[in-house]
Design a protein around this ligand. Structure first.
Ligand code: SF4
Length: 455
């Protein structure tokens, strides 16, 4: 099959992107800070598109403020609207932090957002101003994942301070689910560690029912904790493709001397073992019995599930670090990740995949970064996958090939409970394993001419 791109190298159109918009990731990160309101400097349409994606996955209301620019601002600049918008958010929401992310429009016209915010702060001298963090997120040069990490780094750069050392441990988990954040928080507490998880949207994007609408939902990383991150004893930062870049964790080490521990996403047994080993080192305690038991049960399930999963061929796609973690896990359980693909193009994807799979896989997977679903389909068709593993945007491929799609990551908008999916740790691997085995069994039943009651 020829997609036309081979005939004309100048053809660079994206067909069904395997990534989302960069400031969307920034808005998610800001949502994980206590008292924060995400704010887009751009048109209203951007905010509407992002809210739609976030709400359909998390099933929670998500206010995203906007400077609401129109055509004339593209010519004369968006400064006045930005300042008026900040004032509105201050008065209507009582925000303690406003996270301002730029959009394609304001990056293209060249608005100096940090300069405008400084001007605004001077003009509002008498008023009690919230913290205002700015981040540059032009979507034409990056993914939602890059926007997410850029926002976390901006928050740390603009708010963290040094001081007397504390025993706290900073944990930068990346874009994981609210269930994953709750799990990480539980693990840190079980090791007796005082953790600062940034961001923490475990409540703000998956909170209990309320009688009245809360403009800013409860929860999130406290501002005081963020300011104290420069005094922590260590920073754990998850994501193998991320950790060769300038990150929030590296910044904290360079600026305040907080030791930086980059780690892979703890998905599957070996990556989770590495994470727990680091916690043992930091806490001076052995892995608590509860988690040792979960590890034991996971190993038992690996043995039990092997006959179903061995030699299954999986296409895995999504955010780079999630795909790397999933590939590490799949290689452990006998599933062949035949294609690993991402819309992100950070340049470290291939190497990270080799690091986690090289000693387990007889053949390396095909690796593609910076691709869309058109290109993923082209590669995958010839590889005859038995399974797809990724977010909802791959559903049409699963339907076309009549193979199961095991939904993970973000966005999951064609199933219920995406925000409560657990991916991390021994517990998360257990849940993923059960779902994978059941997907394989279900497919066998559905494709068998006689069906099976007992497999
Ligand atoms: S891609 Fe650009 S124009 Fe589209 S929603 Fe994102 S920021 Fe707005």
């Amino acid at each position: 099959m020829d997609n036309g791109k081979n005939q004309d190298p100048a053809y660079i159109s994206t067909t069904n992107a395997c990534k989302l918009c960069k400031p969307l990731g920034a808005c998610l990160a800001f949502r994980g800070i206590e008292g924060a309101v995400p704010f887009l400097h751009g048109s209203q349409g951007c905010a509407t598109y992002m809210r739609r994606y976030v709400i359909s996955h998390f099933r929670e209301p998500m206010d995203i403020a906007s400077s609401s620019l129109g055509e004339k601002h593209a010519v004369y600049g968006g400064g006045p609207n930005l300042k008026q918008g900040l004032l509105n958010v201050m008065t209507k929401y009582g925000a303690r932090l406003i996270g301002v992310a730029t959009t394609c429009l304001t990056e293209t016209i060249g608005d100096d957002v940090p300069g405008l915010v400084r001007e605004f702060s001077r003009e509002q001298e008498a008023a009690a101003l919230p913290e205002i963090v700015t981040v540059s997120t032009p979507s034409y040069s990056g993914t939602h994942m890059e926007g997410f990490h850029a926002a976390v780094k901006a928050v740390v750069e603009q708010l963290a301070q040094g001081g007397e050392p504390t025993g706290a441990v900073n944990l930068l988990p990346g874009l994981v689910s609210p269930a994953d954040i709750r799990y990480l928080s539980e693990v840190l507490a079980d090791f007796g560690l005082q953790g600062i998880i940034l961001p923490d949207f475990s409540e703000t994007l998956d909170g209990p029912a309320q009688m009245d609408y809360e403009k800013i939902p409860a929860g999130g990383t406290p501002l005081t904790a963020i300011k104290a991150m420069g005094t922590s004893r260590a920073t754990l930062e998850l994501g193998r493709t991320l950790c060769s870049q300038e990150t929030a964790g590296r910044f904290l080490e360079n600026r305040f001397g907080v030791p930086w521990h980059p780690l892979g996403m703890p998905i599957g047994l070996r990556e989770t073992d590495r994470f727990f080993q680091r916690l043992e080192d930091l806490s001076g305690r052995p892995t608590p019995e509860k988690h040792a038991q979960e590890r034991g049960r996971l190993l038992d399930a690996y043995v039990d599930g092997h006959k179903y999963l061995f030699n299954q061929r999986a296409v895995v796609y999504g955010e780079e670090d999630l795909v790397v973690g999933l590939a590490a896990f799949l290689a452990e359980i006998g599933v062949k990740p035949v294609l690993c693909a991402s819309g992100g193009g950070g340049g470290h994807f291939q190497k990270a995949l080799e690091e986690v799979t090289a000693d387990l896989l007889p053949e390396p997977p095909v690796v593609r970064e910076g691709v869309d679903f058109y290109e993923i389909a082209q590669e995958a068709e010839a590889l005859a996958p038995d399974l797809l593993i990724g977010h909802s945007k791959g559903y049409h491929l699963a339907r076309r090939w009549q193979v199961p799609l095991v939904r993970v990551g973000f966005p999951i908008h064609d199933r219920f409970g995406g925000q409560r999916l657990l991916h991390l740790g021994y517990r998360g691997a257990q849940q993923l394993l059960d779902r994978l085995v059941n997907a394989v069994i279900q497919r066998k039943q559905e494709t068998s001419p006689v069906g099976y009651g007992y497999i």
